[in-house]
Ligand binder design. Structure first.
Ligand SMILES: Nc1ncnc2c1ncn2[C@@H]1O[C@H](COP(=O)(O)OP(=O)(O)OP(=O)(O)O)[C@@H](O)[C@H]1O
Ligand SMILES: [Mg+2]
Length: 392
């Protein structure tokens, strides 16, 4: 037994950003002891954890050493970029990897999860091809047609991703993808551009009792990152049922217990699977104000093997991000009181306490509830705009 008296379990958290921070709070409320890991000190989740370790999650030896040192009951990844082979080895030796080593391996690269979804499970996705050279990209583009979206298979938050509208822009998109990918093997996915009416995240919980869904979350993306999200997203009962059916198939295939953020594009009545995170999703931060149990509470419950009840939606709600606009390690926040007093009521804030800023870095999020999602979006955006970052 390595968990000290008084705690229910030890969790090693891999990645310590804002989503990890909220997860730590949720897990600690249930009595867990959490060791937060990331490549830099004083990361958001470390500030609220019991202990921390600083190392790159891609460093297999350091990762194995941290697991051996802390003997966690659960290893909970918060990011995609992890030396997942190490997780598979520890899982084979009895460590509980959340939701499963297979899920972390399949979602680390876009091509693996796409094969699972499109080929093994037969889910509707955009038409796609992989390419490892400019010549292969050209060939892939002739298959998908234009416009298309070119993404490194190893990347997140839209890094290296571009939408190509004309043949003349293909070479630049390939160069951009290669320059902004993770890892050392140049490989991209070329996807048919889906002119969707809207896109959603369907938070799907897989627990001992089975599958539970949160009401769908609508969101708007810019520069590869979400800017605002709202819940519930308006969609037909049939489209929601189709999305739920696809989400169930994919999370059952990946296995394990936890919450998954399953992303879909919706065009008319057609629901198209895009990708998924086997963990809380950034667009799901709206659940910090909209639900009786947030996505972090649900993840903690499922991970710890505790019951997951039907989710209760308090009412229409929205989240809007608070962004930095430059590099700095000397800055302060202002305007919090004004933001919280935004007319319309029901406003809350999360400030992530990241030690440095950079252009477009997400520093916090404003949350609002209102009588409808349009009003909640307006209030959340207004509140986010009132939080100012003052740079020295
Ligand atoms: N084939 C497509 N057609 C239309 N829009 C797309 C397509 N692929 C991606 N997008 C747009 O780009 C956004 C980001 O794409 P995707 O989710 O694949 O990348 P990501 O880098 O994993 O982002 P994140 O990590 O923030 O989820 C999508 O939410 C969507 O708005
Ligand atoms: Mg995405």
């Amino acid at each position: 037994m390595t968990t000290p008296a008084g705690y229910i379990a030890t969790i090693l958290l891999l990645g310590s950003g804002e989503l990890g921070r909220e997860f730590v709070i949720a897990a600690k409320r249930l009595g867990a002891r959490v060791i937060a890991c990331d490549a830099y000190a004083n990361a958001p989740a470390m500030q609220v954890a019991d202990a921390c370790e600083v190392f790159s999650m891609l460093d297999g030896a350091a990762l194995a050493e941290a697991i051996r040192k802390h003997q966690p009951d659960y290893v909970v990844p918060e990011v995609e970029a992890i030396r997942t082979e190490v997780l598979a080895e520890f899982e084979a030796a009895g460590t509980n990897v959340v939701p499963s080593a297979r899920a972390t391996i399949m979602t680390m690269n876009r091509d693996r999860i796409r094969e699972v979804a499109a080929v093994e499970l037969g889910l509707r996705t955009s038409r796609y091809r992989y390419a490892e050279s400019l010549a292969e990209v050209e060939e892939a583009v002739s298959f998908t047609g234009l416009p298309c979206v070119i993404k490194p298979v190893m990347s997140s938050s839209g890094k290296g991703q571009s939408t190509v509208r004309e043949a003349g822009a293909v070479a630049a998109a390939w160069d951009y993808a290669v320059a902004n990918m993770r890892g050392d093997r140049a490989r991209v996915i070329v996807e048919e551009f889906i002119a969707f009416d809207y896109e959603i995240t369907l938070l799907t919980v897989r627990s001992r009792e089975g599958i539970t869904f949160c009401p769908p979350i609508g969101h708007r993306q810019e520069r590869g990152d979400y800017q605002e999200s709202w819940q519930p997203a308006a969609m037909s009962a049939q489209a929601l049922a189709d999305a739920q059916d696809m989400a169930r198939k994919v999370v059952d295939d990946l296995g394990g217990y936890g919450l998954f953020g399953v992303e879909f594009f919706v065009r008319g009545e057609e629901v198209i699977f895009s990708e998924l995170s086997p963990r809380p999703h950034d667009t799901g931060m709206v659940t910090l104000i909209s639900q009786n149990l947030s996505e972090f509470d649900l993840h903690a419950r499922a991970v710890l093997g505790l019951p997951v009840p039907e989710v209760e939606l308090y009412g229409p709600a929205a989240s809007a991000v608070i962004l930095a606009d430059r590099d700095s390690a000397r800055f302060t926040f202002a305007g919090l009181a004004e933001a919280l007093a935004t007319p319309g009521g029901g406003v809350d804030l999360r400030i992530f306490a990241k030690p440095t800023t950079r252009p477009w870095r997400r520093m916090g999020v404003a949350l609002a509830r209102a009588e409808d999602t349009d009003t909640a979006r307006r209030i959340a955006a207004e509140a986010a705009g009132k939080v100012r970052i003052a740079y020295d």
